[in-house]
Design a protein around this ligand. Structure first.
Ligand code: ADP
Length: 390
């Protein structure tokens, strides 16, 4: 196992397409790091550069104590799992899993019984290699619960089973690092959630350093020890799932992480009787103590208030200065809770996640209490900086 370090890594494709722009990233030994971002943000290119499938335009990539920029993929001691599994259709599960190891044998071909007469020591070494491969394949199959499928061919497997074989093929190699490129995208929603939990349990067990690419923020948040949120080839934020959720550095990260996404309300910071308020145009909300201090330099300036759907509650009659009045347009029941899509006079989309019993009905006005200790204030603009962080 090893750490994976990217320093100033850039990738420019022909046609002057900068896919990855000066990335610095350290994936610690045994860490599960997830690269996440919208399609085209450069996450697969980053992974493929680590794997050696793409050249690096600038910067260095280190795996363990070796700079691998010029090391061919097969010598990097990494194992990659792809979205399409890439299994050999004519081979059994066993052979699919053993294939990579068989190719790397030093005494391949010497385990033919005739060789015992010609070169007994090579024959014995060849047999030992084969036994070791067998042990590794069976042990990986046991970890993944596919012992009974070893004689099947891929076409006789379900999507989830194929995915396990692809992962098994990576485990048997016992590499320095696993690289996963959207490995669950081809599975249906239920299986994806199951496999997600299995991958996490697997990582706890084998603890191999892992870099995992997905466009699905929920997958990223549930799997990663840390997540790297990317946009336009640039790392926006790298942190634990809790950090990127609770302390997003900018509006892009804030809006990308969490479902339903954070609401963004344009407005201004105003001063009234020595207190700072956020004026949304139709509603005025008093800032919490911490924001009173932090937002003082922005009085009378336009800012964007970000409030997560889960940071609001139905609150008819709550004191003014802590509520947002909306007209509820659509209510989506979700069993134990419900998502309410509403609007204010100034903002046509305000989503809140309420308890199922909350007295909010479609077509009715509703009053929402906003937990002002959990809101964020951003500079205007799609990628506006978070002003409420220290
Ligand atoms: P992601 O995995 O985040 O969806 P990619 O790393 O695949 O993004 O792509 C990042 C950017 O690089 C995109 O703009 C994409 O169109 C471009 N790109 C990817 N591969 C190539 C290529 N072989 N040639 C030119 N441009 C490419």
């Amino acid at each position: 196992m090893a750490e994976v370090v990217l320093e100033g890594v850039t990738k420019v494709y022909p046609g002057d397409v900068t896919a990855v722009d000066n990335i610095y990233l350290t994936v610690a030994d045994r860490e599960f790091m997830v690269l996440v971002g919208p399609s085209g943000c450069g996450k697969s290119t980053t992974l493929r550069m680590i794997a050696g499938l793409e050249d690096v335009t600038a910067g260095t990539i280190r795996i363990g104590d070796r700079v691998v920029n010029d090391v061919p993929p097969k010598d990097r001691d990494i194992a990659m799992v792809f979205q399409n599994y890439a299994l050999y259709p004519h081979m059994t599960v066993y052979k699919n899993m053993a294939f990579g190891l068989m190719l790397r044998r030093q005494h391949a071909g010497w385990d033919n019984p005739l060789c015992w007469l010609l070169a007994p020591s090579r024959y014995r070494q060849a047999r030992a290699e084969r036994a070791e491969i067998d042990r590794r394949v069976r042990s990986a199959a046991a970890i993944l619960g596919i012992q009974d499928l070893l004689d099947r061919r891929p076409r006789a497997l379900s999507g989830g089973q194929r995915q396990r074989v692809a992962v098994g093929r990576a485990i048997v190699r016992n590499p320095k690092a696993f690289l996963f490129d959207e490995p669950l995208s081809n599975l249906d929603a239920k299986l994806r959630v199951e496999m997600r939990a299995e991958l996490k349990a697997l990582h706890r067990q084998v603890q191999t350093t892992t870099v995992y690419v997905t466009h699905d923020q929920e997958e990223a948040m549930t799997l990663g020890d840390r997540v790297v949120v990317m946009k336009d080839g640039i790392v926006q934020q790298c942190g634990t799932p809790f950090e990127v959720y609770r302390r997003p550095v900018n509006r892009f990260v804030a809006g990308f992480v969490g479902t339903p996404p954070m609401n963004f309300l344009n407005g201004r910071i105003v001063r009234e009787n020595d207190r700072l308020l956020f004026d949304e145009g139709d509603n005025r909300l008093v800032l919490c103590d911490e924001h009173q201090r932090r937002l003082a330099p922005y009085v009378n300036q336009p800012v964007v208030m970000g409030v997560r759907p889960e940071a609001m509650r139905a609150a008819a009659g709550a004191p003014s200065g802590s509520t947002l009045r909306i007209a509820a347009r659509v209510v989506e029941p979700l069993g134990d809770r419900k998502d309410v899509y509403g609007q204010t006079a100034r903002h046509h989309r305000v989503v809140c996640r309420l308890e199922a019993e909350a007295p909010v009905c479609e077509g009715q006005p509703a009053e929402l209490w906003v937990d002002m200790t959990r809101v964020h204030f951003f500079e205007p603009g799609e990628q506006g900086r978070n002003l409420s962080l220290a």
